[in-house]
Design a protein around this ligand. Structure first.
Ligand code: ATP
Length: 322
């Protein structure tokens, strides 16, 4: 079901957490709210969930005005980072909880819980207590519990935030596959650009209570609206007054008309890549370039090498300070 946020503002005292935010989330999409800490992502998610009241504006869920509805009347499921499971109830009973309080027939509850445990790959852990699960398994249980009551919308606040890098990666692949199976409109908060780029259909970049840009991962990466979005989505450097990705700079050993002359000031190997820092006397700011080992060896790059830099054809660049 679609979500429409119109003119939403929220202050905490004098502090403006959200400033006149408009957002449309398409039915069935997997959308990331991405941005730095304190930007307003969680506040926006909590307003959609009904856990926080906006000062101004409206929230529509599936076309209906939900602004004044209590969370339990919004048909949303949510999962937060520090998910509070019922510690004394089994995994099965945790997932069944929402259905039990809605007094669904026992046989229906059993069927639904078994289906969900299978979906989240926890069928063999039905009788365990939450404390006997790993962090990743607990998050999957939380998702099964949120999905149990068939919400129209699933809201996830940093769902994998507290987990180590490998488990996060597994869970986000799994979330993508799960979403492809169940297609529930899902919005998740993350400050991790890789997580957003990898998993979502659409990314909403939020900073300082404003939406900076909304688009597909490719749109945002290839056509950033401003230097904030460009910098937030991946590494950047400057060349000739423009912001450019360091792997989009071509390094040549010979001068050419459009190239900027530079001197290598430092060469550093980081795993499979080579990072070369450059002094570009004509243009002020230093530039750094990402190369692979073959490229670096072919150019015999070392401190003091004279090189010429251009941006690769079809690469993304925007004026610095846009
Ligand atoms: N209940 C509150 N009272 C006062 N200030 C608040 C409250 N909730 C949030 N804020 C402030 O509003 C701003 C936005 O917070 P929010 O949690 O939405 O940011 P976020 O983008 O989700 O950040 P993070 O990634 O750190 O969770 C922050 O500066 C925060 O300190």
């Amino acid at each position: 079901m679609s979500i429409e946020v119109r003119g939403v503002g929220k202050r905490f005292g004098d502090f403006v957490a959200l400033d006149d935010v408009d957002l449309s989330v398409e039915s069935g999409a997997l959308t990331a709210l991405l941005g730095p800490s304190g930007g307003g992502k969680s506040t926006l998610l909590r307003i959609v969930a009904g856990l926080e009241k906006p000062d101004t504006g409206t929230v529509l869920i599936a076309g209906e005005d939900a602004t004044r509805k209590a969370p339990r009347h919004r048909d949303v499921g949510f999962v937060f980072q520090h998910y509070a499971a019922f510690t004394h109830l089994s995994v099965y009973r945790n997932v069944a909880f929402g259905l039990e309080i809605r007094k669904r027939p026992k046989a229906d509850i059993d069927k639904r819980v078994r289906e969900l445990l299978e979906l989240v790959h926890l069928e063999q852990f039905a009788d365990r207590l939450p404390a006997q699960l790993s962090g990743g398994q607990r998050q999957r249980m939380a998702l099964a519990r949120a999905l149990a009551v068939e919400p129209k919308v699933l809201l996830l606040d940093e769902p994998f935030g507290a987990l180590d890098a490998k488990v996060r990666k597994e869970l986000r692949d799994w979330l993508r596959r799960l979403h492809d199976e169940v297609h529930v409109t899902t919005v998740f908060v993350t400050h991790d650009q890789e997580e957003a780029l990898e998993v979502s259909d659409e990314i909403v970049v939020i900073n300082n209570g404003h939406i900076e840009q909304v688009g597909s991962p490719d749109d945002l990466y290839d056509k950033p609206a401003n230097d904030f979005v460009m910098s937030f989505l991946g590494p950047v450097t400057t060349l000739d007054g423009r912001l450019v990705r360091p792997h989009d700079i071509d390094v040549r050993g010979e001068p050419s008309a459009d190239a900027v002359a530079a001197t290598v000031s430092r060469v550093q190997r980081v795993g499979f890549e080579i990072r070369a820092e450059m002094d570009t006397p004509g243009t002020g700011e230093g530039t750094w370039v990402q190369l692979n080992r073959g490229q670096s060896e072919a150019l015999r790059l070392q401190e003091g090498s004279k090189v010429w830099l251009t941006t690769a054809p079809n690469s993304t660049s925007i004026p610095a300070g846009a």
